[in-house]
Design a protein around this ligand. Structure first.
Ligand code: 164
Ligand code: MG
Length: 332
């Protein structure tokens, strides 16, 4: 894996006051288009506990991005929660790719026995989604688990019809993640299908991340440290939701993945593989020892950003991040 581009920027006073002594902008390529992006960029923050990440996607405004900054600050300045397990089982993430590529990604995943397959993307139809899911089953064999993520793309009726077909193509789905946008729709889908429902956007982009659990609209909550405002807040969401949790990445670098893995390692109950094997989707990382799975699992550890920093992020991107960080600091 190549090195991501990294460049130092001045630490804003608002962050210095909170214990941050170094801020880096990073830029890394993605192997496949994911969430309509081909390049991932963001910030790394350093404090007395090590490195944290703040990498909100560009479609997030300053107010929503404040949770991501809060997570980065917490990671850099507060100790991680005590682990209750030494290994965190993870899933391989399959973007909208051909069946052959899906099989290759699974074969090269470092032993993952669970695959999360992206479906309902504008770039593919249900027939192609079923072919990708069937390829995943062929590669994993009968012991493997397959989950699909629709990113809120379906109506209730579309979701019910699609899940029946995908469940057949997968020879059994572990769960369907965020089939529809609203909590109310998730509840209606859940009543009509036998496949369990996981809530992602209804947790990470909701005013009340626990509302979906209270409404009986999901069987599983997906928790991502950055959008939820950090590890402590994510642990609180899982506790209050009272449901099984799957810790996933926000397409973080290995710095954020290390924090996510520590969160997963500290959960009192963990019954499913976590979505933290996403550095495989990157062409470069901010460390020379990326957080890659072995035997289908990650070992929780803090990850340090590479030194020396080569100051090689394009100037225009650095300026964009400096401006954005100033705006997000106002929302802290
Ligand atoms: O859960 C995984 O396997 C990996 C993480 C993942 O799929 C996502 C990360 C970041 C943005 C999201 O569009 C996407 C998701 O919806 O879960
Ligand atoms: Mg999702």
């Amino acid at each position: 894996m190549k090195s991501a581009a990294l460049t130092h920027v001045q630490v804003p006073e608002a962050l210095r006051r909170r214990g941050i002594d170094e801020v880096l902008v990073f830029q890394a390529g993605l192997r496949h288009r994911f969430r309509r992006i081909e390049v991932r960029d963001g910030l790394l923050l350093h404090g007395e506990q090590g490195w944290g990440e703040c990498s909100p996607f560009w479609d997030y405004g300053a107010t929503e991005s404040a949770s991501w900054l809060h997570a980065g600050l917490e990671a850099a300045t507060r100790p991680l929660p005590a682990p209750v397990r030494d290994l965190v089982e993870v899933n391989v993430t399959i973007p909208v790719v051909s069946p052959t590529q899906a099989r290759r990604l699974i074969a090269a995943s470092g032993g993952c026995m669970t695959a999360k397959v992206k479906v309902a993307d504008p770039g593919s139809d249900l027939r192609q989604d079923c072919a990708r899911v069937a390829a995943a089953r062929a590669e994993l064999g009968p012991e493997g688990r397959i989950r699909v993520d629709a990113n809120a793309a379906w109506s209730v009726d579309e979701a019910v019809a699609a899940v029946i077909e995908l469940d057949a193509a997968a020879e059994g789905l572990e769960y369907v993640e965020q089939p529809c946008p609203s909590v109310e729709e998730l509840a209606r889908v859940r009543r009509r299908i036998t496949v369990p429902v996981a809530a992602d956007e209804s947790v990470r982009r909701a005013d009340d991340p626990v509302a979906v659990a209270r409404a009986g609209a999901a069987d599983i909550v997906i928790v991502k440290a950055q959008p939820l405002g950090g590890v402590a807040r994510a642990l609180d969401v899982v506790d209050r939701a009272g449901l099984d949790a799957v810790v996933s990445s926000a397409l973080d670098t290995s710095v954020g993945l290390g924090i996510g893995t520590a969160l997963a390692a500290s959960l009192p109950r963990l019954g499913h593989a976590c979505g933290l094997a996403t550095i495989e989707l990157f062409t470069g990382d901010v460390t020379t020892s990326p957080l890659l799975p072995e035997g289908g699992a990650l070992v929780p550890r803090r990850v340090e950003a590479d030194q020396p920093v080569h100051q090689d992020v394009p100037r225009a991107l650095v300026d964009r991040w400096v401006e954005r960080l100033t705006a997000i600091c106002h929302e802290l």
